[in-house]
Write a protein that binds this ligand. Structure first.
Ligand code: ADP
Length: 162
């Protein structure tokens, strides 16, 4: 077993946003490795296919050796155990996020006591960003430049012309 400080950043990333990116960039100095893991949620129909969400993440972080991209379809804490990860990374935008994250974080602690959640407060300029809002803008072919990384925006714009 290696003693590297590893964190899991779990989410749907449908799509990955500048809010997510900011949390990762700020957490990188604290951890030796961050595994960004896309949870395969069979109940929740995604807007972008899993393979596309994964490919975007791989391209965004292709030059960052401390980041790994994975997918999982189990309880997040079970995946942590399998990967020998002790820290879960999450972002907090609002009091609504806090209440949701508190419940999940405390539940995870009961299920897997040696896993702790680490929260980063969203930067004020990213508090309004959510994957849901981004999807809404895309539906009406709006400008998403300030919401998602360039790689994602450019690819989505190409679909606007079709
Ligand atoms: P989930 O389906 O688990 O909510 P998301 O992809 O929506 O997955 O979010 C993953 C994590 O990123 C969550 O901790 C969420 O609070 C955080 N997050 C989402 N949007 C932002 C943002 N704009 N700024 C910072 N953190 C965010």
């Amino acid at each position: 077993m290696d003693n590297k400080r590893k964190a899991l950043f779990p989410g749907s990333f449908d799509p990955f946003t500048n809010g997510h990116l900011s949390i990762i960039e700020r957490a990188l100095p604290i951890f030796d490795k961050i595994i960004i893991a896309i949870g395969i949620n069979t109940d929740k129909k995604s807007f972008f296919p899993l393979e596309k969400r994964k490919e975007w993440l791989e391209r965004i972080f292709e030059n960052e050796p401390k980041i790994e991209i994975e997918t999982y379809d189990s309880l997040t804490v079970d995946y942590c155990k399998k990967m020998e990860i002790k820290y879960l990374l999450r972002g907090l935008r609002t009091a609504v996020d806090f209440e949701y994250e508190r419940q999940i974080g405390q539940t995870n602690k009961v299920l897997q006591p040696d896993v702790d959640s680490v929260f980063f407060l969203t930067l004020p300029e990213h508090t309004h960003i959510s994957s849901t809002i981004v999807k809404e803008i895309i539906k009406y072919k709006g400008n998403i430049d300030s919401f998602v990384p360039k790689i994602i925006a450019n690819e989505i714009y190409r679909t606007y012309d079709k």
